[in-house]
Design a protein. Structure first.
Length: 379
């Protein structure tokens, strides 16, 4: 059934990481294909979609407060359709209807490609729709609408097979699911035709690419993308330190287009905390990777993610994080204060760190990183 919705305007608001930004590009592409217009102005939209994030409590709070604003807008314009998709929709499900009765559609991370069908059901049958079933996403034949004309996101995998004890991503996005290499290559070749010279390969842990397919790994994929004529720069995020093999590090310098940036989240500099986080590497192993990468690619820019105030983090553990930051001298870092997430093992750990200490430590790492980044820039 293909119902074309001419003249309907959709507005998509995105929360969270690059994968969500790209999912919104896919949603926009699907809607444009069905005759919707995509608008940047929420006030003129017939359909408002929130593509949500669940990584920290604050991310969810923002969505509920936005839904409060939208409820008022809907009171003025009763025909307005409200949809909530993404990671929070996947995890919260029905609860969103209960807390925000003005929502018409809840769709999970595995269902984005069916968005036009769900909207048709809401519009034609005037009923609420919830679709949060897990399953494989096939992007075949789906054309994302990319607002950025210089750098294109390309999802090479979805989901995550790790079990970091603080993290909701595995529950929000399911198990790792790598896209077939041919599909990825074809998408990038098409992007070159459109004029793109720079791609960012996306995944929760790109260096584990292919482990669920067999017969191909991330190195093979990078080599194939590196060969695509017209592509000048390849970025990839994120990489998990435990999967950074020596072979990958040794291959990188030969990949002329892929060796300028490395985002390698460390999370903590304390072995005790890394263990409690279930990260699967030690501080020493992490530093060894950094040493090896820098000796082979001296100009590489290394960035990271850091969490402070994880349960049980004592002064000594926190000092270990500061000293690791000083030792590595990251070009930049995303720094977060630990947020206990429902359903994760860390939420139930004893020794939760009081909010004021978490906040104080967050300010400390931010100040330290600012100093380091400034020195690097002025070097
Ligand atoms: N897959 C990526 C990270 C995805 S989430 C990776 O493993 O590298 C992005 C970042 O959010 C994480 O690296 C972590 O630093 C932070 N984060 C995740 N869960 C968190 C939580 N419960 N509280 C605070 N920060 C968190
Ligand atoms: Fe979350 Fe860990 Fe997977 Fe990253 S690797 S998405 S932090 S579980
Ligand atoms: Fe948030 Fe989901 Fe990304 S929880 S960080 S939008 S994978």
């Amino acid at each position: 059934m293909s119902i074309i919705n001419y003249n309907k305007k959709a507005y998509i608001k995105t929360y969270g990481c690059q994968m969500n930004v790209h999912d919104s590009e896919i949603m926009a592409g699907l809607l444009l294909n069905k005759g919707y217009e995509v608008t940047a102005n929420m006030n003129e939209a017939d359909v408002v979609l929130l593509n949500t994030c669940a990584i920290r409590g604050k991310a969810e709070d923002k969505v509920y407060s936005q839904l409060g604003v939208l409820k008022k807008l809907k009171e003025k314009r009763p025909g307005l359709i409200l949809g909530v998709g993404g990671c929070m929709a996947q995890r919260e499900g029905e609860k969103i209807f209960r807390r925000s009765p003005s929502v018409d559609l809840i769709f999970g991370t595995h269902q984005i490609c069916n968005l036009p069908t769900f909207l048709n059901e809401v519009i034609r049958e005037r009923r609420k729709v919830i679709a949060i079933k897990e399953g494989k996403i096939s992007q075949e034949g789906v054309k994302a609408y990319r607002a950025d004309r210089a750098e294109a996101y390309v999802a090479i995998m979805r989901g995550c097979n790790n079990h970091c004890t603080y993290c909701v991503v595995p529950s929000a996005r399911g198990r790792q699911n790598s896209r077939p290499p041919e599909e990825v290559i074809k998408e990038i070749e098409d992007l070159v035709e459109e004029g793109y010279k720079e791609v960012t390969l996306l995944g929760q842990n790109v260096v584990a690419y292919g482990k669920d397919l067999g017969g191909i790994d991330f190195i093979d994929l990078l080599e194939r993308v590196n060969e695509i004529e017209g592509i000048e720069k390849i970025k990839y995020i994120s990489s998990h330190p435990k999967d950074m093999s020596d072979r990958l590090i040794e291959t990188l310098p030969g990949l002329s287009k892929a060796c300028e940036d490395l985002h390698l989240p460390v999370q903590s500099g304390s072995n005790r905390i890394l263990k409690a986080m279930n990260r699967g590497y030690t501080r020493e192993e992490y530093l060894k990777i950094i040493g090896k990468v820098r000796s082979l690619i001296p100009r590489i820019s290394i960035t990271t993610d850091i969490i402070v105030g994880f349960p049980g983090e004592g002064e000594k553990d926190f000092a270990d994080t500061l000293s690791l930051m000083k030792e590595v001298r990251f070009a930049s870092a995303y720094m977060f204060k630990y947020s206990p997430r429902p359903g994760t093992p860390a939420e139930k750990m004893s020794e939760q760190i009081p909010e004021e200490i978490r906040l104080k430590r967050l300010h400390e790492v931010i100040d330290l990183q600012r100093e380091i980044s400034e020195k690097i820039r002025n070097f």
